[in-house]
Design a protein around this ligand. Structure first.
Ligand SMILES: *[C@@H]1O[C@H](CO)[C@@H](O)[C@H](O)[C@H]1NC(C)=O
Ligand SMILES: *[C@@H]1O[C@H](CO)[C@@H](O)[C@H](O)[C@H]1NC(C)=O
Ligand SMILES: *[C@@H]1O[C@H](CO)[C@@H](O)[C@H](O)[C@H]1NC(C)=O
Length: 381
């Protein structure tokens, strides 16, 4: 019954010509995007029933920032399905309880991690979107960002300037402006991009390395460290948000330099491959297990703000391939992109069938979930 409910909604959303009765009578095969949304729901149900700890409000085996991404994914999913299956999760989560508590000391909550702070903001704002869409009060979730101007430090230790923290600051500033029209946000977004594009963190391939040489941060030299997939997605969603804010579409060209470099350089057979992904040896850590899904989620957000059918068409089939790879190579028979013991040894690796090199965790499930949601929204339907 639930699946039929999704079909009806999607038929409406996608402008498909068939109605509920036709589905029942003709048993038409699922169209691509309906299948993607149904796969996303299946994975999310299992992720939630298996990993969410109602006592702690956290995901067992998760971390603050990956939990924030997972909460964001669940709300992104409910906004797509229009159901409320996880409607009480936010208020009962560790992050949501902090947002609802006016005495929360956010600086001790984030413990000096400026990247984690912004992942939390993105989750809180997505929850706020969901609550607004359901006519609920979302004010406790509209927490504002307060870090500083361009060239943000990774942490309060002020020893490293890295790509992800600055890309997130671009995104939260530009997106903060789109939400509030507060000029301070837009000023910060413009300053951040002016700094980032001149920082040397984007290499000659068009990919962002991890950060700047920390021996002499003022010198702005690329440290040549790993080009993680998520770095290549978050910068694009930040640029599209800034483009939507200031009307400068050349920012989209900048974003696509990096998106296209991801597709050409960080894939095997057109499927994202984290540098640590290995079908034979489990070497990605918990952080790294969620990166590919973050890339797909931020491509979704990029397409939201680029708002251009030609650009969407350019990336649709790639999103479809990631969804298929997640289902074929990563999701196991328990619907986890995770979970041990399993007879089929699947998990975090998408690019090829695993030979026990995949890793099972709430992070790898959230990662696959995000890929399915992005395909449901922008795949070829
Ligand atoms: C759930 O969280 C509680 C409180 O932090 C903890 O005591 C318990 O061990 C957790 N459950 C699992 C299965 O880890
Ligand atoms: C709210 O936060 C304060 C400060 O951290 C804490 O002492 C208090 O227990 C929290 N209240 C609830 C209901 O969690
Ligand atoms: C970082 O900067 C120091 C000091 O300028 C230099 O000796 C070192 O080679 C640089 N490292 C990299 C990876 O560029």
């Amino acid at each position: 019954m639930f699946l039929l409910h999704i079909f009806t909604i999607l038929a409406t959303l996608l402008g498909c010509s068939f109605g509920l009765s036709e589905i029942i009578v003709n048993a038409k095969p699922l169209d691509h995007c309906t299948r993607a949304l149904s796969d996303a729901q299946t994975i999310a149900n299992r992720l939630q029933s298996h990993y969410f700890n109602a006592t702690s409000g956290q995901f067992n085996d998760g971390e603050l920032w990956t939990d924030a991404n997972t909460l964001e994914d669940l709300h992104n999913l409910m906004l797509a399905t229009e159901n409320n299956l996880f409607g009480t999760v936010a208020d009962n989560s560790y992050l949501g309880k902090a947002a609802l508590n006016s005495s929360t000391d956010w600086s001790s909550f984030i413990d000096g991690s400026y990247d984690d702070a912004q992942w939390c903001i993105l989750a809180l704002w997505k929850i706020a979107d969901y609550k607004a869409a359901r006519g609920q009060d979302n004010t406790p979730y509209m927490v504002s960002v307060c870090i500083c101007g361009g060239g943000v430090w990774w942490s309060s230790a002020k020893s490293y300037k890295n790509a992800i923290t600055n890309e997130l600051f671009l995104l939260t500033s530009a997106s903060g402006y789109l939400r509030t029209r507060d000029q301070n946000y837009l000023d910060n977004a413009n300053k951040e991009w002016a700094w980032l594009i001149n920082s040397g963190m984007r290499n000659s391939d068009g990919l962002y390395n991890d950060g700047l040489n920390s021996t002499d941060p003022a010198a702005c030299t690329n440290n040549g460290q790993t080009t993680w997939t998520y770095n290549q997605g978050v910068v694009a969603s930040g640029l599209a948000a800034l483009s939507a804010a200031n009307g400068d579409t050349s920012l989209l060209d900048q974003a696509e330099i990096t998106l296209d470099a991801t597709i050409s350089r960080l894939t095997v057979n057109s499927i994202l491959k984290e540098s640590c992904d290995n079908v034979n040896a489990a070497t990605c850590d918990h952080d790294q297990q969620i990166f590919k899904g973050i890339w797909t989620k931020h491509l979704q957000y990029y397409l939201d703000n680029a708002n251009d059918v030609k650009i969407t068409a350019k990336y649709s089939s790639f999103l479809g391939s990631q969804h298929s790879a997640v289902i074929n190579n990563a999701k196991n028979s328990n619907n986890d992109i995770s979970f041990l013991p399993t007879p089929d040894y699947k998990g975090s690796v998408w690019y090829a069938p695993s030979a026990r090199g995949s890793i099972w965790s709430p992070e790898s499930s959230a990662s696959g979930l995000a890929a399915c949601i992005a395909d449901a929204k922008y795949g070829q339907c």
